[in-house]
Every structure is written in structure tokens, then in C-alpha cells.
Write a protein that binds this ligand. Structure first.
Ligand SMILES: Nc1ncnc2c1ncn2[C@@H]1O[C@H](COP(=O)(O)OP(=O)(O)OP(=O)(O)O)[C@@H](O)[C@H]1O
Length: 246
């Protein structure tokens, strides 16, 4: 499989407002893809369309060669952690791990157990009693533990402390190298993206402003740093939008 996400003219409209418009993208396999854009740019919308939680208003999206969420076998190949790290509040950490093992044919017991130990999560504690950062860590453990071909993360590090965030991004890089997993993650923190991602998508005002390998984008715009490059694309998106509104 050479591409993991293939979007053609993809769009999602709420009322008369497009949350995502005319999105045409081809995301290659084996990459860690950073999705960046300001608040309300359409990042969660794109990720939710890709995992089949939203239906498109326009265009199409294929993930791992199929329409998203078509059957259980396909669902097992895609790991997803939404922005609010959804868990079952009344289930304990241990029960979440058991559930992960029961629901996912490729469940990696060793990885999940080791990660929970390293994080010092109390297996007997109910998820509703965990802190926001601990909940995010458990949700991430469950998503990586199912050994998906594609891992989709919506602002995974937002609630993590700096050390936890550094370790999580390190983990992710190692997991990608070990398992030939592809990752798409959204973030507002360009420094995190620069450390972790080798492919970048910039979204602004519902539209893709840029997409491509980080190395190629940097070479094309030398001597800009990744942060300056992202800022340039974002302000260009805002400028185009202001022009269109005139
Ligand atoms: N269920 C909904 N009903 C109406 N509008 C929505 C809905 N979900 C999202 N939107 C709108 O779609 C646009 C894109 O939202 P989205 O959540 O995809 O942005 P985002 O880039 O993920 O933002 P953030 O960085 O703040 O999480 C926003 O203008 C938002 O208000």
C-alpha cells in the first residue's frame, strides 16, 4: 500500500459554512504526518472524515484503500484517539487493557503492559478518576496497542506535561520504525511536529495550504525554519480568505 489516505474534493459543510472544502490529498504510507492549522481550520473535521466518524458532504476519502469504517476488519487497522481522549469512565485501567485485548485481534499485550507500568498508571483506578493527561496516555496506549496500520491522533500531546510529551513523541517515532505504522497527528505545537513528523499538511480556513515531505518543503523555502514556513502558509491562508470576503 503506497498511500494511506486518498482524499478527492473532500468537503464537509455545516449549514452554509464549510468546515473543510475541496480537500485533495494523497498521504503516502510509512510517514509520520503532521497536520497543523489555527483553531477552527478543519483539522478535526478532516481526521473524523478519515476515520469514518463523519460522512462527507462533497467528494470522497479512502483510507488504506477503502471507504473508512466499512467493516470491523478495516476498523481494526486504524487506531484513532479523538481530542477528548474518550474512555469508559467507570472501567478501570486494567479493564481497559482487557477490553483492548478482547476487541483487537492484533493486540500487543507486552507493549500495553510495559507502557502502563512506565507511566505508573494504577491498574485499579477507574478512568473517570484519572487526570486529563493520564487519560490521554491511556487512550494512546490503547490506540498503539492494537497495532494499527494507520494511527490517527487529534492533538495527542495537548494535555501532556513537557516530559510526558517528549517521551510520547519519542515512543511514537520508535513504534513507527518497529511496526511500519503510518501516523497522522494534528498539533498546534510546531516544535513537536518538527521533532516527529516527516510529512506536513497545513490547513487554514477549511483549505489545504500546503502538503508534502518536510525535507522538500524546507528545501523549497530555504532558509526558512519549519516554524517560519508554517507561519507563512497560515498567514497566506488568512490573507486569501480576507480577499475572498471582499
Ligand atoms: N458539529 C458541528 N456543527 C457546526 N459546526 C461545526 C461542527 N463541528 C465543527 N464545526 C465547525 O467547523 C469548523 C472546523 O472545526 P474543526 O473542529 O475541524 O477545527 P480544528 O482545526 O480541529 O480546530 P481546533 O484546533 O480548535 O481543534 C469550525 O468553524 C467549527 O466551528
Amino acid at each position: 500500500m503506497s498511500t494511506v489516505v486518498e482524499a478527492r474534493g473532500l468537503g464537509k459543510r455545516y449549514g452554509d459554512r464549510w468546515a473543510l472544502a475541496q480537500c485533495t490529498l494523497s498521504i503516502p504510507a510509512g510517514r509520520v504526518v503532521g497536520l497543523v492549522g489555527p483553531n477552527g481550520a478543519g483539522k478535526s473535521t478532516l481526521l473524523n472524515l478519515a476515520v469514518g466518524l463523519l460522512a462527507p458532504t462533497a467528494g470522497t476519502v479512502e483510507v488504506l484503500g477503502r471507504r473508512p469504517g466499512t467493516d470491523r476488519a478495516h476498523l481494526a487497522k486504524v487506531g484513532f484517539v479523538a481530542q477528548d481522549a474518550p474512555l469508559y469512565a467507570t472501567l478501570t485501567v486494567a479493564e481497559h487493557l482487557k477490553l483492548g485485548a478482547r476487541l483487537n485481534p492484533g493486540w500487543d499485550v507486552g507493549y500495553a503492559e510495559r507502557r502502563v507500568d512506565r507511566l505508573g498508571l494504577d491498574r485499579g483506578l477507574r478512568a473517570g478518576r484519572l487526570s486529563g493527561g493520564q487519560r490521554a496516555q491511556l487512550a494512546l496506549t490503547l490506540a498503539v496497542g492494537k497495532r494499527p496500520d494507520l494511527l490517527v491522533l487529534d492533538e495527542p500531546a495537548a494535555s501532556l506535561d513537557p516530559l510526558a510529551r517528549h517521551e510520547f513523541l519519542q515512543d511514537l517515532t520508535e513504534a513507527v520504525a518497529d511496526r511500519e505504522m503510518s501516523v497522522v497527528l494534528s498539533s498546534h505545537v510546531v516544535a513537536d511536529l518538527a521533532r516527529t513528523c516527516d510529512y506536513l499538511i497545513v490547513l487554514s480556513t477549511a483549505r489545504v495550504q500546503a502538503a508534502g515531505p518536510v525535507a522538500a518543503l524546507l528545501a523549497e523555502h530555504a532558509p526558512l525554519s519549519l516554524e517560519d514556513l508554517v507561519l507563512t502558509y497560515l498567514s497566506r491562508g488568512r490573507h486569501d480568505d480576507a480577499e475572498a470576503a471582499r
